[in-house]
Design a binder for this molecule. Structure first.
Ligand SMILES: NC(=O)c1ccc[n+]([C@@H]2O[C@H](COP(=O)([O-])OP(=O)(O)OC[C@H]3O[C@@H](n4cnc5c(N)ncnc54)[C@H](OP(=O)(O)O)[C@@H]3O)[C@@H](O)[C@H]2O)c1
Length: 353
């Protein structure tokens, strides 16, 4: 078994608020003691990818509660297995010491302070996937963290919930972000005609993901008028919202078929209860929009992590765009970039080597 150090580096949330105020890098956190119990595995983290939900946790969940005192943030990781629990050889025989894995920490773990922005984590074997095969076009370990993390899992979940059929005309709002950049590729692989909305500045990136047409929302402002002109005669089957564009929803009867659906991952409880009540519950007779507003919430899990990797292995996901890579010491800068809401794919932190 690899000899592990007794102390490790890791970021902790020492007070709630913006990343600069909230985060402290510690060098003396205890390394989980090997071997793990049951079907847990101990992973040396090589890359962590960060997500908007980390910022919500940092702002909202008290960092002083005894059950999550000075919690470590972060869900997504890729890394190397350094020890396995006694049940792993039967439950997950593919997960051996030395194998590279990727995935997201369980929500419960992060809620109780055991996030991924540290050098070593213990995680249930069920939560991870082996990294994409090298033959699949060579997605790197850096890309694997976002692919099998929250972004890739959410994209896989949205595609599953969309039940898209060949030839369907779909719009993806926020196509250049962590989730959107993977979702457009999955939808293309299912035979959909994909119209991708992003800023003019990200047009080239999104075109490179193989979509049928990019609609820059700043060039074609107001974009809901543009959608009306473009799709009034041949309406859309589905709209996927990865950016929280409420105006596109409220105007949707002008370009989304009757029977078409609006699936969003933004506008839920974490973004405020008002949009949820207005769009989900207000009857049409009281001014509600006559199209279903479906709000999806991801529970990170291994099945979706493995599904995202499978998409990469079979060539449906060819690119997992990385906006930028930061050193472990620069995690605050990474989170500040994320808070700007204009990342091109994933922001990744190099944790170990
Ligand atoms: N419900 C869930 O379970 C769940 C799961 C994952 C994520 N989320 C939420 O989903 C959202 C996206 O997550 P992410 O990880 O993809 O975030 P991200 O990587 O930060 O991407 C955000 C993207 O939004 C785009 N954007 C900003 N304003 C826009 C506008 N007006 N119209 C179209 N696009 C716009 C930006 O592209 P441009 O620079 O091109 O504008 C950027 O690429 C976040 O709000 C996150 O909290 C929810």
């Amino acid at each position: 078994m690899t000899t592990l150090p007794s102390k490790m580096k890791g970021w902790t949330v020492t007070s709630n608020g913006e990343p600069k105020k909230a985060l402290t890098l510690k060098h003396d956190l205890p390394v989980p003691k090997p071997p793990p119990t049951g079907s847990d595995i101990l992973v040396k983290i090589l890359y962590a990818a960060i997500n908007p939900v980390d910022l919500h946790f940092m702002n909202v969940l008290p960092s002083w509660l005894p059950i999550r005192y000075h919690p470590t943030p972060g869900f997504d990781f890729s890394g190397e297995i350094v020890a396995v629990g006694p049940s792993v050889k039967d439950s997950h025989p593919e997960l051996k010491i030395g194998e590279k894995v990727c995935g997201a920490m369980a929500t419960k773990q992060v809620t109780f302070g055991k996030g991924a922005l540290v050098e070593y984590v213990t995680v249930p074997a069920e939560m991870v996937s082996l990294v994409p095969r090298e033959t699949s076009g060579g997605l790197s370990l850096e890309q694997a963290a976002g692919l099998a993390g929250i972004a890739g899992q959410t994209a896989s979940f949205m595609a599953e919930q969309g039940r898209v059929e060949k030839g369907w005309r779909v719009v993806v709002i926020g196509a250049s972000g962590g989730v959107g950049s993977l979702l457009v590729q999955i939808l293309k692989s299912k035979g959909a005609v994909v119209y991708a909305i992003c800023s003019e500045g990200n047009k080239t990136l999104v075109e490179g993901l193989g979509v049928d047409e990019v609609i820059p929302y700043d060039t074609h402002a107001p974009v809901e008028k543009y959608l009306e002109e473009k799709f009034k005669d041949q309406q859309l089957d589905l709209i996927f919202d990865c950016a929280g564009n409420e105006v596109i929803y409220t105007n949707s009867p002008k370009y989304l078929k009757q029977g078409g659906r609006f699936l969003t991952i933004v506008g839920g409880r974490s973004q405020g209860i008002v949009p949820f009540i207005l769009y989900k519950m207000r009857p049409v007779i009281l001014g509600g929009t006559p199209r279903p507003f479906e709000l999806l919430a991801l529970m990170p899990g291994g099945a979706l992590a493995r599904k995202a990797v499978e998409y990469a292995n079979e060539g449906a996901i060819k690119e997992a765009p990385v906006d930028s890579e930061y050193a472990m010491e620069d995690a605050v800068k990474a989170y500040e970039k994320l808070a700007g809401k204009h990342a091109k794919g994933k922001i990744v932190i190099k944790v170990g080597a």
